[in-house]
Design a protein around this ligand. Sequence first.
Ligand SMILES: *[C@@H]1O[C@H](CO)[C@@H](O)[C@H](O)[C@H]1NC(C)=O
Ligand SMILES: *[C@@H]1O[C@H](CO)[C@@H](O)[C@H](O)[C@H]1NC(C)=O
Ligand SMILES: *[C@@H]1O[C@H](CO)[C@@H](O)[C@H](O)[C@H]1NC(C)=O
Ligand SMILES: [Zn+2]
Length: 447
Amino acid sequence: MPTLMLFLCLGTLVSRASSLEFRYHNTAEVQEYLKAVNRNYSSITHLHSIGKSVEGRNLWVLILGKFPTKHKIGIPEFKYVGNMHGNEVVGRVLLLKLIEYLTQGYLSDPVVTHLLNSTRIHILPSMNPDGFEASNRNCLYSQGRFNKHGVDLNRNFPDAFVQNDKGEHELEVWAVMDWLKSEPFVLSANLHGGAVVASYPYDNSNGGKVELQRGSSIAPDNDVFIYLAKAYSFSHNYMHNGQSCYGSTVFKDGITNGYYWYPLQGGMQDYNYIWGQCLEITLELSCCKYPPEKELPGLWDDNKDALLAYMKLVHLGVKGQVLYSDGTPVENAIVEVEGRKNLCPFKTNINGEYYRLLLPGNYTFKVTIPSQEAMMETLYIPYGPDMYSALKHNFIFQRSRNSSPDVTPSTESCVSKLRNQEAGRSAALLASHLTVLLLLALGRFLL
Ligand SMILES: *[C@@H]1O[C@H](CO)[C@@H](O)[C@H](O)[C@H]1NC(C)=O
Ligand SMILES: *[C@@H]1O[C@H](CO)[C@@H](O)[C@H](O)[C@H]1NC(C)=O
Ligand SMILES: *[C@@H]1O[C@H](CO)[C@@H](O)[C@H](O)[C@H]1NC(C)=O
Ligand SMILES: [Zn+2]
């Protein structure tokens, strides 16, 4: 018996030695780690930088999947982004741990194996490495929150509801905007700290049209967003209980509409959804933004199942291609779901692909391409995540020889039209501006 115990102890020591330590790794160490993972697991990982921070640090993304180097038709693209606010560091640690878990579990753990065989997973552990290096180990304050130019990156994206910029953005924001254009992302989460809640779009509103309901700014895919947020909070060890931080609001079921919590302009989740056709939620993972290292194993334990469960939801709904009958894909076909007036319509990519996250049920689709009558089809959509695949369905058009060139509007023009329609609503916007300023003045700390 004593021999057996000694053996078990040694076994534990050996496996610990080769695993990622629960501590805060600096930017250089993270880079080393990602390179080592990429070397050791070259067939299921691909490492690339999506750009540089203001101080010239690479924004490394590790891609995991059976086909890591490029998009394959029918395999949905998923992403996790951490550490956008440089002093909110739990997500950064969890994402490195998740990378370890996924690589070590491939072909041994069935959930991990199914996930990596069916999904391409992109992980950006730190969107704001300059902020991370500038932050100090503090639970509440905001040193390190901003990028090197003192800009809050989660206020620096184009905003669909208000003209908030002159087309100028921070390097880190440009990198993410370009990244969104480079892959047909379907689902995403942005990991923050300072509260414990899953917050979903919209974060902003134009102040009183269809989307503003009882203090929430409701997106056309609200049912899906609530499902996504609850999937995280209920798979988390306690987020769903509603955790108050330092006496702050208790969130029922551990979820909230972003605008209902507090309105903000230029946020990343609204941008992903409206401009990128990628549903994104914001996960606040701990009351303390920069907790002591001894709490990190517990935080991983609290979040591990939720991080995995959330990724599986990339397989909700329906996916497929819009094709001519001879098999040629139709790019920029508009794929609409009846009853969901998306601000910018979802369009097919260069392969004619579309992905629509929807809860099980019957839905009528309207598919529009230039110079042909729109196609309407009703589909029954089952629950895909358990099978690691959304329903597959192609929409086939008869080719018309004399078809005119593509005239579908770009996302940019769709959003500028939207802003112009709302130009008359500046009074309401000013009011929401004032609310934010007032809250800040009252000393509410930033999340
Ligand atoms: C990579 O493999 C080497 C050699 O087996 C090992 O020492 C190292 O811990 C591994 N690193 C990672 C991050 O997997
Ligand atoms: C995943 O793909 C690998 C490599 O092709 C294959 O060996 C394995 O059987 C697949 N596993 C599952 C669960 O799909
Ligand atoms: C979907 O439509 C089918 C066929 O009309 C019907 O039998 C089924 O009950 C519907 N399912 C739901 C969930 O509405
Ligand atoms: Zn934050």
